[in-house]
Write a protein that binds this ligand. Sequence first.
Ligand SMILES: Cc1ncc(COP(=O)(O)O)c(C=O)c1O
Length: 399
Amino acid sequence: MGTTIEPFLFSRRTNWPLESNRLTVDLQCLREKGELLLDLTESNPTHCGFHYSQESVLKPLSDKRSLDYKPSARGDFRAREAVSRYYEEKGSRVSPERIFLTASTSEAYSYLFRLLANPSDHVLFPCPSYPLFSFLGNLNDVRMENYPLVYDGKWGIDLQAVQGLFCADTRAFVLVSPNNPTGSFVKRQELEELNVLCGLHNTALVCDEVFTDFSFDKGQGRFSLVDNDQVLTFVLGGISKTLGLPQMKLSWIVINGPEGLVKKAGSRLEVIADTYLSVNTPVENALASWLSRRKEIQKEINLRLRQNFAFLKKETGKTRDCELLPAEGGWYAVVRIPDTFNEEEWVLAFLNKDHIFVHPGYFFDFDREAFIVMSLLPSGQIFQEGVRRILRRISGKEL
Ligand SMILES: Cc1ncc(COP(=O)(O)O)c(C=O)c1O
């Protein structure tokens, strides 16, 4: 009698559809042919022609202290003091005791979902937003549900819809400020209402502020949730955006809220962090020096973002076919394009015919078509040429 061999079983949480989508296949094909593409999705600041001084980025990594290993669950104290100073300079008092270092913001989300939720507990996150959220939820066994951001000339949280989404096992409410890709910051009144809802449901607030140093205007009334002590609150920040150094892998979590809860959360988070100890010593030792010079790179990046955004505004302003959605900050721009074709058809035409790569709105779960999302990081030359070709195709009204 033959024995049947059962197929090897992987976890259900990794049952992702792994086939490449049409856009990825076409992109790969063009790259293999050696075609020159203008990539308006480029989000890696180290590939966008910014000036990174070898001296100020690499020298701090050779600190003699890095020959010694002194593991610390919350992260090296001096590095946490440097993060504390960063907030102080922005007008917020955050003691190093309230700061945890992690290797990335994604890792910080994992720690927090592990801290707050049992398997299949509920977490609310914004829509449209960053596509990685569904993977982060999946990998940490939480039930992720979107709450809508609505656009009526400006973006805001649909608070009425949000009220109906809270349930008994809603463990965390995620905010992204400014949001990727809508560029919208959380507003005071939104926070006040969310504090009430989170208080009623014993839900923690998690606010991702990785893009907070990048705004397109002076931004009256902008604030950080590191000062929010109404409910248990976790703020995420990190150097992949703040310093334009994604390769250095360092982020942080700031805890705030009612004192007793902050203490309890901190002790549990400490055990989670101690289990991994994933932050590396040379980067911790370099952090104070890097942060002290952050204005240099931020000035360059902010200038690029503002110039590209202004160019896009000017060019889209010349036609009724498109609308640039207003953004307050972040690294992205959203443009509404005609719905005479669907997003997929448009972005494939931009790619294959114009050699421009942009993301379709559906990557970010926009509730309707047709939108495209562009990174504002590429050099002015690439960005402007890319925008011109896109607008030319749209005005031609043909694919
Ligand atoms: C909103 C948001 N949070 C976090 C991240 C990732 O940050 P990190 O590189 O620290 O994991 C991104 C990356 O684009 C992002 O868009």
